[in-house]
Design a protein around this ligand. Structure first.
Ligand code: NAD
Ligand code: ZN
Length: 669
């Protein structure tokens, strides 16, 4: 490599890595695998060492990769939050050990922990109470995510009763992660409403921690393991002591750590956890080796980016080769088709693997799969492994390229793909069997109509016999009809009928979720129900009015609009109404506070600081006012919050409606 080639490559790598860092930390996206990323970084470190004159001032080798965002207040870290040097090679570990010995002699111990694959957080406690939660950010400044941290159940909010030796102020650091179970549930819910799936638990955890609505964060079931305790003048001599102390105070510490007297024991620890770690409830991507003694840590010191007394050893993702047998196409509730690769069974990371995710048609194309190909599969953090490439040396010369399906495997309808979307859909919403079945399963689930006792076999039979076609048909099912099904006794039949009857009491938000509008998950349904109060109000809402609902973006608003524009859906809603389902919120009548707003009419729009929209509605009604759904010449006030649609504002101004801010409204009372 010539000097100018080196210079060019250094610039190229710098830009590339900065780009991947930005995507990873700011947008929670991995465009390449961690391994590929780490190799690029290693190459840059090597080149910069050789040609220091070409190192850019903004080189990613010189600083922690993260950034802070505009959406949160900024926290300055009392002690910088650094990264860790990392390696995939045992030789590097030997070298790390040798360097430490050169610097501090032979008298020291290591403390090994697993490297949890999530997002670093710092929690500051004052007088035993959680005071601040922050992300690592750029290492010096992080995002203040205290409210989100509070929703994580394993993070204690108050440890005063746990001990009487609590320092006035201290900081704990750890990894927020999404357990596999929560991740799978979340993706299942997303698949159910037609959302794109999240790539892996790490990105899911990082995205969740940066959400604005901590109510949503609370539902995502994040967890957190702690691995550092810091503070001024703390009485501990070793990392081990501080870990034990955190355990005593009730912090969640993973019991997977081990103290190792020398590097050979560290290698043993690495071997012991290599496959054992797949039994843990969360993703891990390696181990972290720390010098145990604090004064020795001080002696070893820090580089700009990481401590010299610690290093991460990362496991290479386990890989294997096996033959592709076929591709199975699943059709979901929204008609989205997902391909799954069926493989000759092969042992990988301790389990037998028979299938791999393929995500969508683009992925099949990207891999250039042929029938009968031998494929490399890898297991990262995820349960289902993925195909990373094709072993071309084993490809049969006459094998055919895999063509993506053109027609629905279940009903034969031609598949369609919407612009900008990766998935193909079967557009036969009403009579494609897997879609119909999934719609009913969606409808009866606990978070929707909660019709227990109606199992998948019963649904199958009901569909086959033509006793139901849509979820609404459940409400005209007769006890006698149920008795005609196989293996259906009088008792079960009675339970089902009762369950269906009972479901009529399910609140509006559940019904709205059950109806199954694309992208409208349980949380969004709750927001919509609180905002509009009834299906009619929602049906009449303009695109902009929909956008004014917190958390509702253009995609969801469009989907709602499309749903109500379809006459078949109108009929479906009508049928549900006839059946007696709750299509409006049953609000408690509001207690009267005053008559200050008597005779005045209001339209509420936008997002408010101190109130939810339904709280404002209650407030207006409690003081004698009335809330209308649309702006007209008769309207007195437009109560306008943030994110108010511009055309709404314009209309109100044109009609001479008084526009009120939240503060002005408060003054009126
Ligand atoms: N795929 C991509 O596009 C992409 C982009 C940027 C970064 N990355 C990945 O992220 C890594 C860089 O991230 P990083 O700077 O957070 O460094 P890192 O993940 O290599 O190591 C530091 C982090 O490890 C975590 N950690 C987990 N368990 C720990 C324990 N027991 N003790 C101490 N720390 C523990 C902490 O969050 C700490 O901040 C890269 O090596 C790469 O693998 C990937
Ligand atoms: Zn179909």
């Amino acid at each position: 490599m010539t000097e100018s080639q080196a210079q060019e490559r250094i610039s190229q790598l710098t830009d590339l890595i900065n780009h991947y860092n930005y995507q990873y930390y700011q947008n929670s996206l991995s465009e390449i695998s961690d391994y590929e990323f780490d190799m690029l970084l290693e190459e840059l470190i090597r080149l910069e060492a050789q040609y220091p004159q070409f190192r850019h001032p903004y080189s990613p080798t010189q600083r922690v990769g993260g950034t802070i965002t505009k959406q949160f207040a900024t926290v300055i870290h009392k002690y910088p939050m650094l990264s860790l040097g990392n390696t995939y090679s045992e030789a590097d570990l030997q070298e790390f050990d040798a360097r430490i010995k050169r610097l501090i002699g032979n008298d020291f111990e290591y403390f090994c922990e697993l490297k949890f694959d999530g997002v670093a957080v710092s929690l500051t406690y004052k007088n035993g109470l959680l005071h601040t939660g922050a992300t690592r950010g750029d290492g010096v400044r992080g995002d203040d995510i205290t409210n989100n941290a509070r929703t994580i159940r394993s993070i204690p909010l108050d440890i005063r009763t746990r001990a009487n030796d609590i320092p006035e102020e201290f900081e704990v650091r750890g990894e927020v992660f999404m357990p596999f179970e929560s991740f799978q549930r979340l993706n299942k819910e997303r698949e159910d409403i037609g959302e794109a799936l999240l790539a892996n638990p790490r990105n899911a955890a990082s995205g969740t921690l940066k959400m604005q609505d901590s109510g949503v964060v609370a539902k995502r079931n994040l967890d957190c393991y702690m691995y550092f305790l810091l503070g001024d003048n703390l009485p501990y001599q070793t990392h081990e002591e501080s870990v034990k102390q955190m355990e005593k105070w009730g912090f969640h510490v993973s019991r997977t750590y081990r103290k190792c007297p020398n590097i050979d024991e560290v290698f043993q620890y690495i071997r012991d956890w290599e496959t054992e770690r797949f039994k843990l409830p969360l993703g891990t991507d390696g181990i972290v080796i720390k010098v145990n003694n604090f004064s020795q840590q001080e002696e070893l010191g820090y580089t700009a980016k990481s401590p010299r007394w610690a290093i991460a050893y990362k496991y290479k993702a386990e890989a294997s080769v096996t033959q592709l047998q076929s591709i199975l196409y699943n059709v979901g509730r929204t008609g989205a088709v997902t391909p799954v690769a069926m493989l000759s069974p092969v042992l990988l990371a301790g389990t037998t693997v028979k299938r791999a995710t393929l995500h969508n048609a683009n992925e099949i194309e990207r891999l250039g799969l042929h029938e009968g190909d031998y494929v490399f599969i890898e297991k990262g953090g995820e349960i289902i492994p993925k195909i990373t490439g094709v072993d071309l040396s084993k490809r049969q010369p006459d094998s055919k390229v895999i063509q993506y399906l053109t027609h629905c495997p279940a009903c034969g309808t031609q598949l369609v793909r919407q612009e900008g979307e990766a998935a193909y859909y079967c557009p036969n919403e009403r009579s494609c069997p897997p879609q119909t079945k999934a719609k009913i399963e969606h409808f009866i689930q606990r978070r929707a109509m909660n019709i227990e006792n109606l199992g998948p076999e019963t649904i199958d039979q009901l569909l086959q016999k033509g006793l139901i076609r849509t979820p609404a048909d459940l409400y005209s099912l007769q006890y006698e009809q149920l008795l005609t099904l196989e293996r259906m006794g009088p008792k079960s039949a009675k339970n089902i009928i009762e369950g269906i009857e009972q479901s009529k009491k399910a609140p509006f938000k559940n019904v709205l979720f059950a109806i199954g509008i694309r992208f409208v998950g349980a949380t969004v349904a709750e927001k919509l129900a609180a905002y509009f109060g009834s299906i009619e109000a929602m049906q009449q809402a303009s695109f902009e009015e929909l956008l004014a609902v917190p958390e509702i973006g253009e995609r969801i608003a469009n989907s709602i609009g499309q749903f109500f524009a379809d006459p078949a859906n109108k009929q479906y809603i009508e049928q549900l109404k006839q059946a007696g389902l709750q299509l409006q919120s049953d609000k408690q009548p509001v207690e009267k506070e005053s008559t200050k707003l008597a005779g005045k009419t209001f339209v509420i729009s936008g997002v408010f600081v101190n109130y939810e929209r339904d709280q404002l509605r209650d407030k207006i009604e409690a003081n004698g006012g009335r809330v209308l759904s649309g702006i007209s010449g008769k309207l007195d006030f437009l109560l306008a919050g943030d994110k108010l649609g511009p055309s709404k504002l314009e209309k109100a101004q044109k009609l001479g409606v008084t526009i009120l801010s939240e503060q002005e409204f408060e003054k009126m009372l």
